[in-house]
Design a protein around this ligand. Structure first.
Ligand SMILES: CCCC(=O)OP(=O)(O)O
Length: 306
């Protein structure tokens, strides 16, 4: 797959999954739901304020006759109800609606009703940037605040799993930092060097992993040549692993708002795929994220070993 459009086409060919949406009372969320349903990608269970959902649906010309709507007034309770629908087997995927990521994730991580597996959960965004010739991945923009070295191993593994599901056989993973040398005053560079060595020694499998690499060197062969940085990843990274949530979230939103990129984001490592986009993302972005969740749900049924 080279374009997010390919992802949509893939999802259209698969049997529709059921998506439970937490706090669905939002025009862009419902526009994405409407389009995903029209394209036969997914069916929906909506949780949230029913009168508001019905009003917005009317405004955008979306008859709700094929959608289940459950009235849950309180947004946090709506998140929990949407997550529980997955736990109870009524839905295959849960999706964040018009609610903060923190409130939504609290429900996903709920000890009793949540979707924890014991694995590290991480956010993986797939993006199509106007100046790139391929799909690339970014992690983690939304879940892990300041991951430890061990958590970074799992973040890489989760991203590699998604990359391979997209058809990137052996992803090139760049560990993003500010510089290309190890500086003990910059812990992200020492972590990157350790992770690169771990991959070299087979402790991280299925990918070429290199770092520390600054973003320009990771994605631009010209920048890599100019700075004389070699290696299997420099200039051709498929996956960008950032050191913390601030970097990830800022890159995600820079791609969206300043670079004109298309983007799709989900959480990996839970019992089921979890669609996590920004509240301000467009219906198109939310639709791509649903399609990515379809791919992840499909792969969960027939897992690939990394
Ligand atoms: C993947 C981005 C998550 C995020 O930042 O969500 P909000 O913009 O809704 O806070």
């Amino acid at each position: 797959m080279n374009r997010l459009q390919d992802l949509l086409e893939y999802a259209r060919r698969k049997p529709a999954v059921t998506v439970s949406v937490a706090v669905a009372e939002d025009e862009d969320v419902l526009a994405a739901v409407k389009e995903a349903q029209r394209q036969g990608i997914a069916e929906f269970l909506l949780f949230g304020n029913r009168p508001n959902i019905e009003r917005i649906a009317r405004q955008i010309g979306f008859p709700l006759n094929q959608v289940s709507v459950e009235h849950v007034e309180d947004p946090k309770a709506a998140c929990l109800a949407a997550v529980k629908a997955v736990r109870e087997g009524k839905a295959d995927v849960v999706m964040k609606g018009m609610v903060s990521t923190a409130d939504f994730l609290r429900a996903v991580l709920d000890k009793e009703h949540g979707l924890r597996t014991g694995r590290v959960l991480s956010h993986v965004a797939v993006f199509e940037a106007p100046l790139a010739d391929r799909l690339m991945l970014l992690s983690d923009a939304a879940m892990n605040i300041a991951p430890t070295l061990e958590q970074k191993v799992h973040i890489i593994e989760n991203a590699v799993q998604v990359a391979r599901a997209l058809g990137i056989e052996r992803p090139k993973v760049a560990l993003i930092t500010a510089i290309e040398t190890v500086n003990p005053d910059m812990p992200a560079t020492t972590d990157a060097a350790i992770l690169a060595k771990m991959a070299e020694r087979g402790q991280i499998k299925g990918a070429d992993v290199d770092g520390p690499l600054a973003l320009d060197v990771a994605v631009s062969p010209e920048a890599a040549a100019h700075k004389k940085v070699g290696g299997p990843v420099a200039g051709f990274a498929d996956v960008l692993i950032v050191p913390n949530i601030e970097t990830g979230n800022a890159v995600y939103k820079t791609l969206t708002y300043l670079a004109g990129a298309k983007i799709a984001g989900i959480l990996v490592g839970a019992k089921a795929p979890v669609v996590v986009t920004s509240r301000a993302d467009t219906p198109e972005t939310k639709l791509y994220a649903i399609a990515l969740a379809v791919l992840a749900a499909e792969r969960a049924r027939a897992p690939m070993t990394v």
